[in-house]
Design a protein around this ligand. Structure first.
Ligand code: NAI
Length: 700
């Protein structure tokens, strides 16, 4: 049973017991309605309490049932709430810890509510591109007032119960319990005190919903939402639904909410957000590493190299309260690295995002050293030195001779072979890639690179460490560039070919930014430094001499235009400013290169630009899946959303391709094979893509 029924004297208590958050899955819904019937049939029972066991009242819909027939099977949540409202004996919701989505909607259907302080109350459906679908948009404005309700529904963010209880005139909570511990007792007493309430019992649906400013308020709200939520339909629909609560009869408002909800369910944006919600949970699971795999304790961390990455990586651990020792070759390098960490924290203090004492606490966890001897008792060491195999070899040989048994030896390499790095040690099972993204203290993504010999306990441990430092970890196999950078290479090649064929950097950037990318490839290059890609291309040219690139990026670097750091790149920059200004010189350089190739420039439509960039990602993504570098398409989507600025509302490249239709993707690729710079092999559909397209299937 996923709800427990117990009678305490004259009060029946229905306790949802569906861990971890008492999701309102089918079995729980059945159990609640059965409990209600039993209580109504029992002459000894005078009142009913509904509450949740463990860590929540209820977190809402059961995510395990998402998208399955069980999610809407009768009794659905609307029917359960109706049964509560119609109960002949008064029903009290005893809310604690978490009441979200359907959980809050259930509580709103009860005749009375008592809440413990500290409970997180929310209607988070908007985060999945939806609106609440079981009366939340009609009942919350009636119980709490239009303005605070709309704020909660549009933001999806939780608000503490004790704050809500202070909203003037609110009818959300009839009572506040003194503490979470006393809630159960107080709920029983409260239920007894209302046991003799005459019918009809108070129902939220019968309360008025209005805003003193009337229509003007909803106009203001709509204006605000439009500015905040470009590209997402749900926030605007939240306003429509709440407005309906002020204009329509309750039942008509409910029907309208249902209609909006069902329409949103079908939007690509909601599908994308729901996909990512599931993808994030799926990414943390590794098929052959069971959840009960033993883990190693990580109490102390060492970082080697205090450069761009080493500093940012260290901050993640300091933020999580884990002590870090950073090692460098020279004191100057250490001083420089520490100064940057300080500067970052001080900026946060200035903005009020970090308290001074927290800042000091974090810095007190940081030690620096020039001697490997100070690292040997670390549980995890992360190497972030220069991207050269020879340098990494020396570091790993040293670590192998020095670190205590059981220490995890990680490399932050972005392109080098993690298996080779592991082979420099006599303990390859302890070696793993931890590929952070720059700026490492900000970016959510962590690619966990699984070597051929990486131990399962090492994997389980680093996945858990990732959670502690609030990263989204995605497992990648070993290959040049891992998941993210291996795909971006094909995207960058396309960006170059587009220039060769007639586009300008600003046109390419604008087109893909309009599609929703945070930054186009050329602005991105200028920010990250074009010299980085240059160095990688030089290395790859030796390994894969036949790989065709546009030569424009190399020519740019030969001019010393590395990007913002040199004041010029694909764009010009004014001193101290980051605004990208179209560059005459670059345009001439590109035109000259085109001429040397004998290409007559043509006007390229934005649609073609977007398709060529995105489908280049998709095709390589398909190869990555086939090669087993990524174990599922949703992992690739997570990488692109959290590490590469791919628009959330499109759900990542693989889901986007699914939504466009793989047949259509393949057709477009066939058209591109005729482009002058795209050799047919580039657009040869990956075998997996071709097969799925032919079978009418999808990646996800
Ligand atoms: P960086 O040049 O800013 O920093 C490297 C630091 O390592 C320097 O401070 C240097 O003094 C120190 N160092 C070099 N050899 C050392 C040794 N033997 N012992 C101790 N310290 C040593 O380089 P960055 O950008 O921080 O890159 C470090 C690693 O992170 C590279 O493997 C790179 O591929 C990888 N990476 C870089 C990203 C980026 O965006 N910069 C992103 C993800 C990974």
């Amino acid at each position: 049973m996923t709800a427990e029924y117990k009678v305490h004297g004259d009060v029946a208590v229905i306790t949802m017991t569906n861990p971890p958050v008492n999701g309102l899955g089918y079995a729980t819904r059945v159990a609640i309605t059965q409990g209600l019937a039993q209580a109504n049939d029992d002459p000894a029972v005078k009142a009913i309490v509904i509450t949740g066991a463990g860590r929540a009242f209820s977190g809402g819909a059961d995510i395990k049932e998402f998208g399955t027939p069980k999610a809407i099977a009768e009794p659905n949540l609307l029917s359960v709430i109706l049964a509560v409202e119609n109960s002949a004996k008064p029903v009290v919701a005893a809310v604690h810890s978490v009441a979200m989505g359907g959980g809050l909607e259930l509580a709103l259907g009860c005749h009375f509510r008592i809440a413990a302080p500290g409970a997180n109350i929310a209607l988070p459906e908007v985060k999945l591109g939806l609106i609440p679908g079981a009366g939340g948009t009609q009942r919350l404005p009636r119980a709490l007032g239009v303005e605070p309700a709309l704020n909660m529904i549009v933001s999806g963010e939780p608000v503490k119960s004790e704050l809500l209880a202070q909203v003037p005139g609110q009818k959300l909570f009839d009572r506040m319990a003194a503490s979470p511990e006393s809630l159960a007792e107080e709920a029983l007493a409260f239920a007894r005190s209302v046991a003799n309430t005459p019918q009809p019992f108070p129902l939220v649906r019968n309360l008025p919903s209005r805003h003193p400013l009337g229509d003007a308020y909803f106009q203001f709200a709509r204006n605000m939402v439009k500015g905040m939520a470009k590209n997402l339909p749900a926030p605007g629909k939240c306003v429509d639904a709440v407005e309906a609560s002020t204009k329509k009869k309750f039942d008509e408002g409910m029907a309208y909410e249902r209609e909006l909800f069902m329409n949103l369910m079908l939007t690509p944006e909601s599908r994308a957000l729901r996909h990512l919600f599931m993808a994030e949970r799926a990414a943390s699971k590794i098929a052959d590493v069971p959840e009960d795999t033993p883990q190693r304790a990580i109490g102390k961390v060492a970082v080697i190299g205090a450069g761009t990455m080493g500093g940012g990586i260290s901050m993640n651990f300091l933020n999580a309260g884990i002590p870090v020792t950073i090692l460098e070759m020279k004191q100057e390098a250490l001083d420089r690295g520490i100064a940057i960490i300080r500067k970052n924290y001080e900026a946060q203090v200035k903005k009020g995002k970090l308290k001074q004492d927290k800042y000091e606490e974090r810095m007190s966890l940081l030690k620096t050293t020039l001697s490997y001897d100070d690292l040997k008792d670390a549980d995890l060491v992360i190497e972030a030195v220069f991207e050269e195999m020879g340098v990494k070899q020396k570091v790993f040989e040293t670590l192998d001779g020095l670190m205590k048994p059981g220490a995890i030896l990680a490399s932050n390499t972005s392109t080098l072979d993690v298996d080779r790095i592991a082979s420099f040690t006599k303990r390859p099972e302890d070696v793993v890639g931890l590929h952070f993204f720059s700026p490492a203290n900000v970016m959510k993504l962590l690619e966990v690179v699984r070597g051929a010999k990486t131990g399962k306990d090492v994997l389980a441990t680093v996945m858990n460490v990732a959670k502690k430092i609030r990263k989204t970890a995605v497992v990648s196999g070993v290959c040049d560039g891992f998941i993210g950078n291996r795909m971006i290479e094909q995207y960058s090649r396309q960006a170059g070919f587009l220039l060769d064929e007639g586009a300008t950097p600003q046109q390419v950037d604008r087109a893909i930014e309009k599609f929703g990318f945070a930054m186009g490839p050329f602005r991105m290059g200028d920010l990250a430094g074009n010299d980085i890609g240059w160095a990688i291309r030089k290395r790859r040219a030796q390994e894969r001499p036949n790989m065709l690139y546009s030569k424009t990026a190399d020519k740019l670097c030969e001019l010393g235009r590395f990007g913002q750091k040199t004041g010029a790149g694909w764009y010009d920059y004014k001193e101290g400013k980051r605004d990208a200004i179209a560059s005459k010189l670059v345009e001439e350089m590109i035109a000259e290169h085109r001429k040397s190739l004998g290409i007559v420039p043509r006007k390229i439509a934005d649609e073609e630009i977007v398709q060529r960039l995105v489908f280049a990602l998709v095709n390589e993504g398909a190869r990555i899946l086939e090669d087993g570098i990524a174990s599922k398409a949703s992992d690739i989507d997570m990488v692109y959303i959290t590490g590469y600025g791919f628009p959330m509302y499109r759900g990542g490249p693989m889901l986007y391709a699914d939504q466009v239709g793989l047949f259509n993707v393949v057709q477009a690729m066939k058209r591109f094979q005729k482009n002058p710079r795209d050799d047919a092999s580039f657009w040869e559909p990956a075998p997996l893509l071709a097969r799925l397209a032919a079978e009418g299937k999808t990646f996800n």
